[in-house]
Design a binder for this molecule. Sequence first.
Ligand SMILES: Nc1nc2c(c(=O)[nH]1)N[C@H]1C(S)=C(S)[C@@H](COP(=O)(O)O)O[C@H]1N2
Ligand SMILES: [Mo]
Length: 208
Amino acid sequence: MTEPFISRGFRGRGRHGATAARLPPGQYETPDFPVLSAGPTPRTPVATWDFLLRGADGPAARWTWDEFQALPHETVNTDIHCVTKWSKLDTIWEGVSLDTLLAEAAARGVKSAPYVLAVSDGGYTTNLPLADVAGGRAWVAVKYQGVPLTPEHGGPARLLVPHLYFWKSAKWVRQLRFMEHDTAGFWESFGYHNYGDPWREQRYSGDA
Ligand SMILES: Nc1nc2c(c(=O)[nH]1)N[C@H]1C(S)=C(S)[C@@H](COP(=O)(O)O)O[C@H]1N2
Ligand SMILES: [Mo]
């Protein structure tokens, strides 16, 4: 009788077989999709939505919703890891690669810089090195599991940077600002790690 109980327990902890290798240290697998928001859920209609990639100085690149939808979209299957210790495996997103947006912005004369600050409706911010949003590792996602993102999960559009803790994936993102100097975002200024690599368990500012 003990064996079924034990294996059920192991599955429940998400530490069964191949799953374990996909869980960063200290994380457990959840089948749910928890909602974590520091404030109220903004509801921006796509008719007034736009996305800005703002240069360190000089011009910004701007896309309306229709212009944004006309850009090439990619489907991304990835695992996501929240600093509160849940991980969700094989999530499927659709969105525009930051590589596409960065190339378009460069073509329009937007001045690049080594850091970016994501700025969302509602005032949430998060900072990232430019290198981490380039090279096929970051998207502005507009769909989750094949349907438009719900407002709770960041709709109409959210950042998706799955190789870092999920607080870096700013919901309701409207701007990416190039920054000459790294500037702490919302959670980063409240003691969370500046970079947030889940595989190095960089949860808080004191972590290596
Ligand atoms: N604008 C905004 N983006 C945000 C947050 C937030 O509070 N506001 N929370 C972050 C955190 S801590 C996590 S874990 C994920 C949660 O995304 P979800 O609610 O879709 O699961 O969004 C991140 N992006
Ligand atoms: Mo989180």
